[in-house]
Design a protein around this ligand. Structure first.
Ligand code: GLA
Length: 725
C-alpha cells in the first residue's frame, strides 16, 4: 500500500505551496526531479538515488543548489543556444527571420502508464516564436532504466534551421568524474578506455553514417568520484538508440558541475525543419547504479529483453556460416556438402554468406556485383530455391547474406540508377571496399532495399534468416534526392533505413535478422528493434573475442551477441574457441571435414549442452568475475533469474609461471540454497580434473569462499554448471 501511494505521488508531480511545479521521473532506485521556477522555465533540481516520499522536493531549490557562476536560475532542462547559459546547449535554432535564439517556457505536463513503464511528457514553448518542444521520459521502475527523447516543431512561415537537437541534457555535481568509452576499429571493437574529465569538453561521437560505430561505439560509463567499478560505486551508464551519427558531450564547468548531452551528431547536419514537421530525436537510455557497472549491465540486459529488442523474449537459432570457411569460393555442390555438415554438427540453420549474386558482374570478390541481387547462374544454376529446399530436406533451415544499402560501381544497379548513389557531383569519389552507399533518403531506394528482402522472401517463403551487412561508411556526402537540404542527409538516411526495416518487419514478422557492419560497426538499441542479433566482430580469435564480448556485455544481453567458432587462432583448441562463443549466441563458421574426430564430437556435444542451457545462457543476470583487462584470465558467470541455475565460464589466457591462483568468488546465488557443481562440455573421454566436480556447496560458500576455477594452463578453459538441489 505504501509503495502504491509513493507511486501515485511520483507520477502525479505536484504543485508546491508557493505554486511551483515539481515533476518527478522515478524508478525503484533513481529519481530525476524537474522544477518550473518563477521565470516559468524548467530546471533539473535533482538526479540521484530515489528520495523518500517524505522529502520535500521544494527543498531542492535552495540557494546552494544553484550554480554560483552567474545569475542563471539553475540547471535548465533543455537550454537553447544564444541566451544566458555559458556552456553547451541542448538545442540550437535559426528562425525564419534569422534570429538565433529561443527561450523555452513550461506549458504543461502529464504522466501515464506506457509499455511497461511510466511516461512523462513535458510541453515547452517559446513565447516569441511559434516553436514547441516536448520532452519525453519513460521510466522503467523495476529495471531502473530511464529513456528520454525530445520532439521539436514550429509553425513559422519560412524555413527554420536546427543546428542542435539533443535527445537529453543531464547535470551532475561531484568531486571527480571518470569516463569509460568503448572505442576501436575493425576487428577490435568495444575496447574500454578510461579518462578523468576535467574542465572543458570531452566528446564521444561518430560522423560515419552507415558504419557509424567503426571507431566509437554509442555507449559510455561515467564513474562519480572514482572510476567506474564492477560491483561498487555510483555510475551512470548511457547509450543512444540511433543507427547513425551520434554525439555525447561531457562538459565540466568552472564550478565543477558536469553536463552530459546526448543526441544525433549535429556536425554536418544543419537540419532544415519544415513547418508542421515534428523532429523526433532518438532515445537516450540510461541507468544510474550505486552498485557499479555490473548491476547497471544486468539492468540494461533485463530491460532490453523485456522492452526494447525485437523478439526479446523469443529463442535464437544456432547456425553454421560459410564465410570464414569458403569466402567467395563455393558452388552448389560445396554448399550442399556444408548442409550435411550443418546437420551433422547439430545446428538449426545454414547461413550462406557473400558471393551468391550478380551475373553481368558476378560477385566473385568484393569489387563487383553489389546491388545485383539475382543469383549467379553459373555458380548456383538452380538458384536459391534449390538451396533452401535441399537444406530443409536435410533438416536444416536456410539463411542468406545481403548488403542492400550498398552498391559496387561495377554493377548493373550502378549503371541503371547513378542518381541513387551518394556521390558528389563535382569531386572525386572516395571508395571504401570498392563500394558506395545508396541514398536511403530517397523513397525509390527505400523501395529497392525493401525489395531485396521481399523478392527473396516471395521466391523463398521458407527463408528464415538474413545477415544484413553494411561495410562502407558514408563518405561522399551528397544526396541527389535531398537537393537543397543536404544538411538533412545523415538524419533522413537513418529515418529511411528505419522505415524500410519497419516495412520488412510488418510483412515478415517471423524473420530473424543479424545486423552486421564489417563486424560490430553498427550496434545500438535503435536498430535492435528490427534485428534479432548482431555480429560483434569479424575478429573471431577467441582471445580477442573475450575482450570484445566483455565490452559488449556491459550493455547487450548475450542473446543478441553472435559469436562463431572459427579457425582463427589455431593455437587455441577447438574447445577453448567454443567455450568463448558458448556464452553468447552460438554459431560455427568452420569446416568439419578436416576437424579432428574428438574436436568434432566435442562441438556436437557442446551444441547439445548449449540447447539444453540456452535459457540460462540468455539470462540477463551476468556477473563479470575476472576481467581479461586485469591480465591473464577471464571469468564470466550467468545466473537464472530465480537463482536456481548458474553457469560459470573460466578462461586462462596467458597465465604467468608460478602464478598464485586464488579461488574466484561467485555472485548472485541464493546464499541459503545448495548447488551441485559440475564441469560440463568436456572433451570426449576427458574427466574433469577440477576438485569441485560433482560436489554440492551452499550458495553462501560459493560466494564467500569461491571455487578455484582458474588454472595455469595456457589457453585453457572450462564451463561449469551449478544446479540448485
Ligand atoms: C563483412 C562481414 C563478414 C562477411 C563479409 C562478406 O566483412 O563482417 O562477416 O560477411 O563482409 O563480404
Amino acid at each position: 500500500m505504501k509503495k502504491l501511494l509513493l507511486f501515485v505521488l511520483a507520477v502525479a508531480g505536484y504543485a508546491a505551496a508557493d505554486g511551483r511545479t515539481n515533476i518527478s521521473v522515478t524508478t525503484d532506485h533513481t529519481q530525476l526531479v524537474l522544477q518550473v521556477k518563477d521565470n516559468g522555465r524548467l530546471y533539473q533540481t535533482y538526479l540521484g538515488e530515489r528520495l523518500s516520499a517524505d522529502s520535500n522536493l521544494d527543498d531542492l531549490d535552495q540557494p546552494w543548489a544553484k550554480p554560483t557562476n552567474s545569475n542563471i536560475a539553475g540547471f535548465e532542462a533543455y537550454p537553447v543556444m544564444g541566451t544566458e547559459d555559458y556552456y553547451d546547449a541542448a538545442m540550437g535554432i535559426r528562425h525564419a527571420d534569422g534570429n538565433p535564439t529561443t527561450v523555452l517556457k513550461y506549458v504543461s505536463h502529464e504522466q501515464r502508464a506506457t509499455d511497461g513503464g511510466t511516461e512523462t511528457v513535458i510541453r515547452l514553448k517559446d513565447e516569441v516564436y511559434p516553436v514547441n518542444v516536448t520532452l519525453h521520459y519513460v521510466a522503467y521502475a523495476e529495471e531502473d532504466i530511464i529513456k528520454q527523447w525530445t520532439e521539436i516543431s514550429h509553425d513559422e512561415k519560412g524555413g527554420v534551421d536546427l543546428s542542435r537537437y539533443s535527445s537529453s541534457m543531464l547535470y551532475f555535481e561531484s568531486e571527480k568524474y571518470y569516463l569509460t568509452e568503448f572505442c576501436g576499429d575493425w576487428s577490435k571493437e568495444m575496447q574500454m578506455k578510461h579518462t578523468e574529465l576535467n574542465n572543458g569538453k570531452k566528446i564521444l561521437d561518430s560522423r560515419l553514417g552507415t558504419r557509424t560505430a567503426m571507431a566509437m561505439q554509442p555507449f559510455f560509463e561515467l564513474g562519480f568520484d572514482a572510476p567506474a567499478r564492477e560491483n561498487e560505486g555510483t555510475v551512470l551508464m548511457g547509450t543512444i538508440a540511433w543507427t547513425g551519427n551520434f554525439r555525447f558531450t561531457f562538459e565540466v564547468d568552472h564550478n565543477g558541475a558536469l553536463r552530459v548531452l546526448s543526441g544525433i551528431n549535429p556536425d554536418a547536419s544543419l537540419y532544415r525543419l519544415k513547418r508542421g514537421e515534428v523532429f523526433v530525436t532518438p532515445e537516450f537510455i540510461f541507468t544510474l547504479s550505486t552498485e557499479g557497472v555490473g548491476e547497471g549491465s544486468r539492468r540494461f540486459a533485463r530491460w532490453a529483453l523485456d522492452h526494447q529488442l525485437f523478439k526479446g523474449k523469443e529463442d535464437r537459432m544456432t547456425l553454421l556460416n560459410n564465410w570464414e570457411n569458403t569466402f567467395f569460393n563455393f558452388d552448389e555442390a560445396k554448399l550442399t556438402s556444408l548442409f550435411d555438415e550443418a546437420r551433422d554438427l547439430g545446428v538449426d540453420l545454414f547461413l550462406l554468406d557473400d558471393g551468391w549474386f550478380g551475373n553481368k558482374y558476378p560477385r566473385s570478390n568484393d569489387a563487383a556485383g553489389l546491388g545485383d541481387w539475382q543469383v549467379t547462374k553459373e555458380k548456383l544454376p538452380n538458384g536459391v530455391p534449390y538451396l533452401v529446399k535441399t537444406a530443409n530436406e536435410k533438416g536444416v533451415e536456410f539463411g542468406i547474406w545481403i548488403e542492400p544499402e550498398m552498391v559496387n560501381p561495377k554493377s548493373e544497379l550502378a549503371e541503371k540508377h547513378p542518381d541513387w548513389i551518394l556521390r558528389l557531383p563535382n569531386r572525386d569519389t572516395y571508395y571504401f571496399r570498392n563500394q558506395l552507399v545508396l541514398d536511403m533518403t530517397n523513397p525509390e531506394v527505400q523501395d529497392f532495399v525493401f525489395g531485396v528482402v521481399d523478392n527473396l522472401m516471395q521466391e523463398n517463403p521458407n527463408l528464415k534468416f538474413f545477415k544484413w551487412d553494411c561495410n562502407s561508411p558514408i563518405t561522399n556526402i551528397y544526396s541527389h534526392y535531398e537537393k537543397q537540404n543536404q544538411g538533412n542527409l545523415y538524419i533522413d538516411y537513418v529515418r529511411g533505413f528505419y522505415k524500410t526495416l519497419e516495412r520488412i518487419q510488418q510483412k515478415y514478422p517471423d524473420l530473424n535478422m543479424m545486423m552486421c557492419s564489417s563486424g560490430g560497426g553498427r550496434c545500438d538499441f535503435g536498430a535492435l528493434k528490427y534485428y534479432t542479433e548482431f555480429w560483434c566482430s569479424d575478429n573471431t580469435d577467441p582471445v580477442e573475442r573475450l575482450f570484445i564480448q566483455w565490452g559488449f556485455s556491459h550493455f547487450m544481453p548475450a542473446k543478441v551477441m553472435c559469436a562463431h567458432v572459427t579457425n582463427m587462432n589455431r593455437r587455441a583448441s577447438v574447445k577453448f574457441r567454443t567455450d568463448v562463443a558458448f556464452m553468447c549466441k552460438l554459431g560455427f563458421d568452420i569446416g568439419l571435414h578436416d576437424m579432428a574426430p574428438a574436436d568434432k564430437a566435442f562441438c556436437q556435444n557442446a551444441l547439445k549442452e548449449y540447447n539444453r542451457l540456452k535459457q540460462l545462457v540468455f539470462s540477463p543476470m551476468t556477473y563479470r568475475l575476472v576481467s581479461p583487462y586485469d591480465g591473464n584470465h577471464c571469468v564470466i558467470q550467468r545466473v537464472s533469474e530465480d537463482k536456481s541455475h548458474a553457469i560459470v565460464a573460466a578462461y586462462d589466457i596467458h597465465p604467468r609461471v608460478g602464478e598464485n591462483l586464488h579461488p574466484t568468488r561467485l555472485q548472485g546465488l541464493d546464499a541459503d540454497a545448495r548447488y551441485r557443481v559440475k564441469e560440463i562440455c568436456l572433451m570426449p573421454d576427458a574427466r574433469s580434473g577440477m576438485y569441485f566436480h560433482d560436489r554440492v556447496y551452499t550458495g553462501d560458500y560459493l560466494m564467500k569462499v569461491g571455487l578455484k576455477v582458474l588454472t595455469g594452463g595456457e589457453l585453457s578453459s572450462r564451463i561449469i554448471e551449478l544446479v540448485k538441489e
